[in-house]
Design a binder for this molecule. Structure first.
Ligand code: PHE
Length: 400
């Protein structure tokens, strides 16, 4: 990453109780699917670049090679994630040690880029989240964060305006809030930014999907206020495209941008690439199978993927009593650690509590290879090993 190889011992530390990064995750670091021009994720990234290059020529600085190892300060504190927010937990995030994580969003770089003086920037990269397993969730995915509009808020800085050469500011790529923008509109800086954000992102959605019906949904992010999600009506369903909002003043102030207004958004590439290219399973993005990779080429957004063959799934159930140590994310990590990308889905199918208050869970695990038929023997073996290892982990003892 960034021309630097990250060594296994820098990320996987079996003896350190504050580390929860498995080898399956380490093996993905540095692959940078988003930098391959013939890969669906690279094709989608380039289409997003095109939109911003055309709409705001020469204004955006792009970062697609920033190291995914970041401090907890960058990943959480700098973007105002509260101390008790679930995303900080070991169950949700990969910790290298107590102060260092694999970034769970590309917003982790926002504050330092602002401090370095950047105004309009795109950050694209691999992000990491512990999660459950199904066809649309994978613990590594790719995200774009754009920090596109930093305005000098003349509303607040009328006294500064007298000494500022407006043309110089505009040349440097600032969008300046001119009195014409707001006077008569009755809007303050925040409302103005929210309007501009919606217009720009509706343009992006049209650029990617063509003329589609769209709607805005109010939501919450710690770093923006107000916050929204953009959804489009696509193939008979409402699909969430991105999250966005007007940047919290505190973030701008503490990173050298007093008297500014800005907005930002974040978008997951896989989710959109799956619908644009008709890719049925998120694991396929990581496939080196020629039958997958040869179907995509530079600049061709939306070429429909033709499944080369569908091998049968193999289902195995796993039942166990749970205790306080149990979490579904941990179970998924155990199964993936043993079966790798052969696991297609881990699904709770029965949940039962007896009179003594003990709860048992039954999970159905779907194993399926995208390249070959699996044998019952090899899957039985994996299932037994996964069951034993999971049991050992939650009860911290051996089965024999
Ligand atoms: N970081 C948010 C996420 O990962 C997305 C986002 C980015 C939302 C920037 C608002 C602004 O879900």
């Amino acid at each position: 990453v960034g021309g630097v190889k990250i060594a296994r011992e820098d990320v996987v530390k079996e003896d350190d109780p504050t580390n929860n990064v498995p080898d399956t995750i380490y093996s993905k670091i540095g692959l940078q699917l988003h930098r391959r021009d013939n890969h669906p994720l690279g094709i989608l990234k380039n289409t997003i670049y095109d939109y911003f290059d055309k709409s705001f020529p020469g204004q955006f600085v792009k970062f697609d090679d920033l190291c995914p190892l970041v401090s907890t300060k960058q990943n959480f504190d700098d973007v105002l994630v509260p101390a008790d927010h679930v995303s900080r937990s070991y169950n949700d995030t990969y910790y290298v040690d107590s102060q260092t994580v694999l970034r769970c969003h590309t917003s982790a770089h926002q504050a330092e880029l602002l401090r370095e003086g950047h105004r309009h920037f795109l950050v694209i990269g691999d992000v990491y989240r512990r999660d459950s397993i199904d066809s649309t969730h994978y613990p590594v995915f790719h995200q774009v964060t754009v920090f596109p509009r930093l305005y000098l808020n003349v509303f607040k800085t009328r006294y500064v305006m007298n000494s500022i050469d407006l043309s110089r500011i505009q040349m440097e790529g600032f969008r300046v809030f001119s009195p014409d923008d707001w006077s008569g509109s009755g809007m303050d800086g925040t409302a103005y930014a929210a309007t501009d954000l919606k217009k720009t992102l509706e343009g992006l959605a049209t650029h990617l999907f063509g003329a589609v019906e769209m709607r805005w949904v109010d939501t919450y992010f710690p770093f923006t206020n107000p916050s929204f999600e953009l959804e489009i009506y696509f193939q008979g369903d409402w699909l969430e495209v991105l999250g966005c909002g007007v940047t919290e003043q505190e973030i701008l102030k503490s990173n050298g941008r007093t008297d500014h207004v800005a907005w930002a958004f974040g978008l997951g590439l896989e989710r959109l690439a799956m619908v644009l290219f008709d890719i049925p399973d998120i694991r396929l993005f990581w496939s080196n199978d020629q039958r997958f990779t040869s179907q995509f080429s530079k600049g061709k957004l939306g070429v429909k993927f033709k499944p080369f063959s569908k091998f049968p799934p193999c289902y195995k159930d796993m039942s166990f009593w749970i205790n306080d140590e149990f979490t579904e994310n941990n179970l998924c990590e155990v199964v993936r650690g043993i079966a790798g990308d052969l696991v297609e889905e881990v699904k709770l199918i029965d949940n039962f509590t007896n009179k003594k208050g003990m709860t048992s869970h039954c999970y159905r695990i779907a194993y399926r290879s995208m390249e070959r038929s699996l044998t019952d023997e090899e899957i039985n073996d994996m299932q037994v090993r996964a069951t034993e290892l999971h049991y050992t982990m939650i009860f911290k003892c051996c089965l024999d």
